[in-house]
Design a protein around this ligand. Structure first.
Ligand code: BT5
Length: 276
């Protein structure tokens, strides 16, 4: 039996509802695309919250803004979770933080390495004193049909047992957990831990407990000069990274001491401005 097939995963799970409906695919286009198509199908309303689609290989794994997520077969965790939050709109910004925190807590537990979060949706570990990305998260939301309740699909890609030669050439340095921890890990144990933390954090959020303080504790580059690029006003702005607010927006303090909040974009180290 494959270690990520339904029967094996069900035995490892400790959740009440996330992952209890679970589908394993050896090869798909993208688990986000497949789950989205299933939710939008005529009988999509019957798909329970917590449904997980997991693939061993994706032909066209996606990141944000038409970027690709590359992962060779047999090495990674590539999965999507269906959530149906009936929360007020302001709380939807909590979901990316909840997903990142769930991965961070699970990885620390299973791999014993210190885990950081890079705004907005990357999970990182240190290799040779520098942060490297081992996980990316893609949240997509929609309403299945007019008047029906909305859904959010949380797509999570984790580099687990990738050999160094298979690391993708990426915008930000990439690594995998085997390389960071020094030994291969059980993908099944890690999946069960991520889904367990996801359920716990989701339920806490549903009770009104915001995740931003725990998220901010792991936020990398706080107090450093960074640049934020991306859609929207303030593109290309640089300043000191001052944290995130309750809805997960990045706070940047510019040279004049003004604080700017970003809901989307990418952040990179910039260095302080030249002395006048
Ligand atoms: C992300 O986007 O990091 C979100 C990735 C989400 C992937 C999961 S896998 C399951 C589900 N199904 C999908 O189709 N997607 C989700 P973004 O922040 O835009 O980063 C994308 C960038 O990360 C790429 O342009 C590369 O530079 C880099 N990259 C690609 N593959 C990588 C990998 N395996 N490890 C580290 N970096 C990678």
């Amino acid at each position: 039996m494959h270690e990520l097939e339904a029967t094996a995963v069900q035995q490892a799970l400790q959740t009440a509802w996330i992952g209890r409906a679970y589908h394993y695919f050896p090869r798909v286009t993208s688990t986000n695309d497949l789950l989205k198509a299933a939710v939008n199908a005529p009988d999509g309303a019957t798909l329970p919250a917590g449904t997980v689609y997991l693939a061993d290989f994706q032909e066209s794994g996606r990141g944000r803004l038409a970027r690709r997520w590359e992962a060779p077969p047999g090495t990674s965790l590539l999965f999507s979770v269906l959530l149906r939050p009936d929360w007020e709109a302001e709380r939807l910004g909590w979901l990316p933080m909840i997903a990142g925190l769930a991965v961070a807590r699970a990885v620390e537990e299973v791999a014993g390495v210190v885990v950081g979060l890079k705004w907005p949706n990357d999970v990182v570990v240190q290799v040779d004193g520098r942060w490297h990305k081992f996980c990316g998260i893609l949240l997509e939301s929609g309403a299945a049909r007019a008047m029906s309740s909305s859904y959010v699909i949380a797509g999570i890609g984790i580099n687990v047992n990738l050999p160094a030669a298979d690391l993708p050439a990426a915008r930000f340095p990439a690594t995998g957990l085997m390389l960071a921890a020094g030994a291969p890990l059980s993908r099944r144990a890690l999946l069960a831990a991520v889904l367990g933390h996801l359920e716990a954090l989701y339920e806490a959020a549903a009770q009104g407990q915001p995740p931003h303080a725990a998220w901010r504790e792991r936020l990398i580059w706080q107090g450093e000069w960074v640049a934020v690029s991306g859609p929207g006003p303030g593109e290309g702005l640089h300043g000191v990274l001052a944290g995130v607010d309750e809805s997960g927006r990045l706070l940047l303090r510019d040279e004049d001491g003004r604080v700017h909040a970003f809901a989307a974009g990418d952040v990179s180290l910039h260095g302080p401005p030249p002395e006048p």
